[in-house]
Design a protein around this ligand. Structure first.
Ligand code: ADP
Length: 276
């Protein structure tokens, strides 16, 4: 632990004494470290594609100046790297926007089931390319939660896209909307949305760290698939912003399950917490 110590001298008549103050600065130091690490990581993540673009510009201005075939290929790589930087900047901005809004509780009624169906429709072509079938298990009526539609869209887009990206070709991804919530420590006034894949799964040492910014089990695999390493950090922030919980269950070889538990609309306890 880290303490800041200060001393104040006291005199009362002939009596002399001193007061020692100890202030626990451990949490503040830890936050400061996290902030510095975050800036260093973000700069590094941007510098890598930028260095690659600069390298190709030099090659195109120099040795490959008159090589039309090389030019086409290099321009393609440069575009990919620029897209990677752009995705990273979008994710960094999303994170800081959510952090700024964290004290304002989102409370517009959102039909999460409709939202999930919409995401499944938009991700079906990507899943098809990877040989993955998206399956929905859900009630027949809308499921309404108090929330921010764009933020919730981001959550389920990220989770389903991850399941498609990291799941296994030829296997299913099952999305289950359940009311009341299923799973660990669920209450009657909550709903859960889970995304389950049957891919290689995640080792137990990684599971608790997945929502850290820039944490990736396999950095090269994530980059290959266009990942920024910020998706699950954003998911966790948004779920917290909605007073919900993110639960991750996975074992190596057993696929992975990401479950979001949210308070239902009209739930008095949640409404009370929101006003509070
Ligand atoms: P990325 O942009 O790298 O996908 P995320 O924050 O979305 O970043 O995920 C962090 C890491 O968690 C990924 O790089 C991957 O290693 C792991 N991961 C996420 N979802 C899954 C999944 N469904 N199966 C296996 N690993 C996963």
């Amino acid at each position: 632990r880290v303490y800041a110590v200060s001393i104040t001298a006291l005199t009362a008549g002939d009596d002399k004494g001193a007061l020692l103050f100890f202030r626990d600065e451990t949490a503040a130091r830890r936050l400061e470290h996290m902030r510095v690490d975050f800036v260093a990581n973000a700069s590094h993540e941007l510098r890598t594609p930028l260095a690659s673009v600069m390298g190709f510009i030099e090659t195109l201005q120099g040795p490959a100046r008159n090589d039309a075939v090389a030019r086409e290929r290099f321009l393609g790589i440069m575009r990919e790297q620029a897209q990677r930087m752009s995705r990273l900047i979008d994710d960094l901005l999303s994170l800081s926007r959510i952090e700024m809004r964290a004290h304002v509780q989102p409370a517009t009624p959102v039909d999460v089931l409709g939202l999930v169906k919409h995401i499944i429709d938009t991700l079906t072509p990507l899943a098809g390319d990877r040989g993955v079938a998206l399956e929905l298990v859900a009630p027949s009526t809308p499921v309404i939660v108090p929330g921010d539609r764009d933020e919730l869209l981001r959550v389920f887009e990220n989770l389903i896209e991850n399941a498609v990206k990291y799941g296994q070709s030829g296997k299913r991804v099952v999305i289950t909307v359940s009311t009341p919530a299923e799973g660990a420590a669920a209450n009657d006034n909550e709903i859960s949305i889970s995304v389950r894949d049957f891919g290689p799964g995640i080792g137990p040492e990684h599971v608790p760290r997945l929502t850290e910014r820039f944490y990736r089990v396999d950095v090269a695999a994530s980059r290959d698939k266009g990942g920024t390493g910020l998706g699950l950090a954003i998911v966790k922030h948004i779920v917290n912003h909605h007073r919900g919980r993110l639960q991750i269950e996975s074992e190596l070889g057993q696929g992975a399950l990401f479950r979001v538990v949210l308070p239902l609309f009209g739930d008095q306890k949640a409404a009370g917490r929101m006003r509070g």
